[in-house]
Design a protein around this ligand. Structure first.
Ligand code: FAD
Length: 383
């Protein structure tokens, strides 16, 4: 058991990121949240600030730091601009995955992703296989110097806007996880069609289905060896899950700040509603749960910084944080009474986006399976 606390450098960095977010991202955030896409100039703005390259290689435009600092960026961006924060875990996760591919591929793709010039998506889920990702059916068949790819990937965040996708497909359909290979797929190749989901939240991220109809992909776009792809995605998920959780926490923290200010100024029965324990105790409980969830995330990132395996801890974060954050958003919405129910206040948008975080990258049930497997041993899995 290792301890964790923020260093002075972490606190300074948080202040810098918060100041940038308030100045550059907060203006217009409410209006932007109604768009069906995330403006490219916003992606560039965050990239130019260096925030999509924290703890990524300097030779590609990244800046030296630790994983705790990446978590700080996730939390602070999400406080004001959830869609921009999502692109943080896309940048970090895609660069980690690219690092397992050929150098030329990294040189071509990592710098524009870090700079906010290009967007990466993750193509894992299929219409018939979500939680059981290893059962995927999308096929990549070797044909000379190419692979020919056929299948459908679905629920793909930024599927409409992304320039490339990290694609996981079966090269050996007789195997489950051991038959999965990872590829970089430029999303403008012939044979690719996309369609949008009419979503409850995450509207700017344009979640989409991507149909691959005999897409010819040069073999040099393969990442790692055939059959090794499933293990590369799982490594990136250990990081991505914690960043997603800190996005949920950032949004919940922003809503709790709003709730505290509102409870002090809103009066009922001749008193500020903050004086009623029915209100103040809920705020106290929510603050406590949020702080516990937050610390679990940062401690998990500090384990990653120490090179300690943290699959169980990442799954614990994903099991706990989006649920806690969704409950907080619901409480804050109710505290604002009928006003909280309107689109004039950001809490309804944060609640919708947080519910998406309960599903994306694995549901709570799947996280329990991972935690139980790590606690009890693989031989006690139900399948
Ligand atoms: C906002 C959002 C963004 C997303 N972004 C992406 C993305 O960028 N790329 C991508 O590839 N995918 C993405 N997804 C897809 C997401 O990862 C899947 O939706 C998720 O893994 C669940 O898969 P499913 O929807 O097929 O549900 P299913 O697997 O069909 O599960 C249905 C229900 O059964 C439960 N269940 C399944 N198996 C078990 C079990 N063994 N024990 C107990 N309960 C079980 C699940 O928890 C769930 O409640 C996104 C989803 C959302 C909502």
């Amino acid at each position: 058991m290792s301890s964790f606390c923020f260093s002075e450098a972490h606190e300074m960095f948080r202040k810098e990121v918060r100041a940038f977010s308030r100045k550059e991202l907060a203006p217009g955030a409410k209006e932007r949240a109604r768009l069906d896409h995330y403006p490219k100039e916003m992606v560039r703005k965050i990239g130019k600030q260096g925030l999509y390259g924290v703890n990524l290689p300097e030779e590609y435009g990244g800046q030296p730091a630790d994983w705790v600092s990446v978590g700080i960026v996730a939390e602070e961006l999400a406080r004001v601009d959830f869609s921009g924060a999502v692109l943080l875990h896309h940048a970090e996760g895609s660069c980690l995955t690219l690092a397992q591919g050929p150098k030329a591929m990294q040189v071509e793709w990592a710098p524009p992703i870090i700079a906010g010039e290009k967007i990466a998506a993750f193509l894992v889920t299929e219409p018939d296989h979500g939680s059981d990702a290893a059962a995927m059916e999308t096929r990549a068949i070797r044909d000379g110097d190419d692979y020919v790819i056929t299948g459908e990937k679905t629920a793909i965040t930024y599927g409409l806007q992304a320039d490339m996708g990290l694609l996981w497909a079966k090269t050996d359909p007789s195997q489950k996880a051991h038959g999965v290979t990872c590829f970089l797929l430029p999303l403008d190749l012939p044979g690719i069609t996309k369609s949008r989901f009419p979503d409850l939240g995450w509207r700017q991220t344009g979640r989409a289905s991507i149909i691959l109809d005999n897409v010819r992909l040069p073999a040099r776009y393969r990442i790692g060896e055939e059959g090794q792809g499933f293990y590369s995605v799982m490594g990136a998920f250990d990081l991505i899950r914690v960043l997603l959780c800190l996005e949920a926490i950032g949004m919940a923290a922003a809503s709790l700040d709003d709730a505290i200010a509102y409870a002090k100024q809103r009066t009922a029965f001749g008193q500020p509603v903050a004086k009623f324990e029915g209100v103040s105790f809920t705020l106290a409980e929510d603050y406590t749960m949020l702080e516990a969830a937050r610390l679990l995330c940062y401690r998990t990132l500090s384990l990653r910084d120490q090179g300690v395996r943290h699959t169980k801890e990442s799954a614990m974060c994903k099991l706990l944080c989006p649920k806690v954050a969704a409950e907080i958003q619901h409480h804050v919405l109710l505290l604002h009474g009928h006003i909280g129910y309107t689109e004039d206040y950001p809490v309804e948008q944060r609640l919708r986006d947080t519910i998406g975080l309960e599903i994306g990258d694995g549901t709570a049930q799947i996280m329990k399976i991972i935690v139980a497997r790590e606690l009890l041993g693989r031989e006690f899995l139900p399948y």
